[in-house]
Design a binder for this molecule. Structure first.
Ligand SMILES: NC(=O)C1=CN([C@@H]2O[C@H](COP(=O)(O)OP(=O)(O)OC[C@H]3O[C@@H](n4cnc5c(N)ncnc54)[C@H](OP(=O)(O)O)[C@@H]3O)[C@@H](O)[C@H]2O)[C@@H](O)CC1
Ligand SMILES: Nc1ncnc2c1ncn2[C@@H]1O[C@H](COP(=O)(O)OP(=O)(O)O)[C@@H](O)[C@H]1O
Ligand SMILES: [K+]
Length: 484
């Protein structure tokens, strides 16, 4: 798991480490790591042009020292000082010694010819939207030819939440120090950070235990283990699906197919789209009876395409009254938002899977702080909240959060949510902790989306078709990552 550390946690760890290391050592580690990534991106230093946008704090100091490293290797480096009176003095001296040029914000011509632009305007000390002069430079960098590289955090992005007010530096790469900050991987910030490179500056042992994580293939492989010698179709969890309707069988077919393809133990379907499901998936045990008459299951998925009429409401209430884990999706979210106590009074795990509009039905818009919003709803309902998006967020009622790293915009097509709830139900039926399981489902869903999107636009059925090879691939990657 990759821990996501808040600014407060990074500052606290830095304080401990600063007291134990010679003055300037941490900044040297950061700047050396930054220069190394820049060299890799440029391919060579000699003859290249690098422009560094330099603010008045330590973020600017990192950019100046990295610029000095690159200048010493033959790059033509220009530092554009936004606040000349406050530029990091030692960094400035180092850049000048290495032959770098120094100029002011009124002379940013270097941006139009740069091979690489370093954004050292503001890092974790940044506050609010970029001020006009900085915004102008960030916008000019975006249209210039140079590879935009953010130092620690793209300036204008809130490192904790990913919120962007107005303009931010549009990085293609972000070189971040000590720990990945949540704002680089979630919300609007994710789009401004591009590829995140983590430079170890020795903070690790001093960082508080993170409250947010990204899962890796290795973590997810542990949720996808193949059956053992002693397993049979019942032993690894049976999932029950309540989805679709006679008029709209699609959601039922997609959700049931996804559950089968994720973990082909046993999938039961109970609902009014029984004929459609039978025709598509002879492997499923299908009934048009109520969930209670469908046979034993270890987890339920309820809601995709069920509608919200009285019958649907009574089926939802029946499922939520069980002591089994339940995934509440789509139409079931609309009904649960009207009667949140149906969720609050449960003692077994519940996972809600809203997109932004479904989330708002519970009483508050998502807003710019997606992790914070998901945490608040999770705590309010005592349920895991999987908030869908470009980077899907999962929040446990205890505050632990996960941010998905595998999302792809190819998933923005109808029915892909039904596939996600099928995957999630299948994994939840194994009895693993619900928040991490929900994060594993989002990860696998994203990997299937990436695979299906390789050959052109995907539709939700393609995701189902790609699930088996994707499970196989993630298992293989997990084995490789763990060195087995
Ligand atoms: N501590 C350490 O040992 C290490 C720290 N490290 C590095 O230090 C960074 C933290 O440095 P920091 O605390 O000096 O703050 P920083 O990110 O430079 O921001 C302050 C500057 O931004 C400016 N500014 C703010 N908002 C703005 C806006 N909206 N629009 C425009 N400008 C804005 C603000 O201007 P002011 O408001 O003061 O006028 C001031 O000039 C951290 O991210 C990492 O890179 C590494 O070297 C590792 C070791
Ligand atoms: N721009 C995007 N980038 C990445 N993933 C997206 C994007 N838009 C939607 N998705 C994903 O696609 C799925 C859509 O789910 P949902 O809105 O419930 O669709 P449906 O109800 O049609 O099945 C979610 O997993 C969501 O995270
Ligand atoms: K920056």
């Amino acid at each position: 798991m990759i821990g996501l550390s808040t600014v407060a946690d990074v500052r606290a760890a830095e304080d401990v480490l600063l007291a134990r290391t010679p003055e300037g050592a941490l900044m040297q580690r950061a700047a050396t790591g930054l220069a190394t990534v820049c060299l890799r991106l440029l391919g060579r230093a000699h003859g290249t042009r690098v422009t560094a946008l330099v603010g008045g704090g330590n973020n600017g100091g990192d950019a100046l020292f990295a610029g000095a490293h690159l200048a010493a290797r033959g790059a033509r480096v220009t530092a554009v000082l936004l606040d000349p009176g406050r530029a990091h003095p030692a960094g400035l001296a180092a850049l000048r010694r290495a032959g770098g040029r120094v100029t002011g914000p009124g002379d940013p011509d270097g941006l139009d010819r740069a091979d690489l632009v370093l954004d050292g305007i503001a890092g974790i000390g940044g506050r609010g939207g970029l001020r006009p002069e900085a915004a102008r430079l960030a916008e000019r960098a975006a249209t210039g030819p140079g590879i935009p590289v953010a130092v620690d955090v793209p300036s204008g992005v809130d490192a904790d939440t990913g919120a962007v007010e107005g303009t931010a530096f549009p990085a293609v790469h972000t070189v971040t120090f000590g720990a990945v900050k949540p704002g680089l991987v979630v919300g609007e910030g994710r789009g401004y950070a591009g590829t995140v490179h983590l430079v170890d500056i020795g903070l690790g042992p001093h960082l508080a235990r993170p409250r947010a994580y990204q899962l890796t293939d290795d973590d997810v492989a542990a949720h996808l283990e193949p059956p053992g010698d002693g397993d049979d179709k019942y032993s690894r969890g049976v999932v029950g699906i309540v989805a679709g309707s006679a008029t709209y069988p699609g959601a039922a077919v997609l959700c049931t197919g996804a559950a089968l393809r994720t973990r082909a133990g046993l999938v039961r379907y109970a609902g009014t789209a029984a004929d459609g499901v039978r025709a598509s998936w002879p492997e499923a045990i299908v009934t048009d009876a109520r969930p209670g008459d469908a046979g034993r299951v270890q987890a339920w998925v309820v809601g995709p395409g069920t509608g919200t009429d009285d019958d649907a409401r009574s089926v939802l209430a029946e499922v939520l009254a069980t002591d089994l884990p339940v995934v509440v999706d789509a139409d079931a979210l609309t009904m649960a938002a009207r009667e949140p106590d149906l969720v609050r009074r449960r003692s077994a795990p519940t996972v809600l899977t809203p997109h932004d509009r479904e989330f708002a039905r519970f009483g508050a818009e998502v807003g710019a702080d997606r992790i914070g919003s998901a945490r608040r709803l999770a705590a309010d309902l005592g349920a895991v909240v999987l908030l869908k998006g470009n980077a899907t967020v999962v929040a446990d009622p205890d505050g632990t959060a996960f941010v998905n790293a595998t999302g792809t915009t190819d998933l923005a097509t109808a029915g892909t949510g039904d596939v996600l709830s099928g995957i999630l139900g299948a994994l939840l039926a194994t009895g693993t902790p619900p928040a991490e399981t929900a994060a594993a489902a989002a990860h696998l869903h994203g990997r299937a989306g990436q695979a299906a999107g390789e050959s052109g636009p995907l539709i939700a059925g393609d995701l189902v078709r790609r699930l088996s090879p994707t499970v196989g691939r993630v298992r293989g990657l997990g084995l490789r990552d763990s060195g087995a």
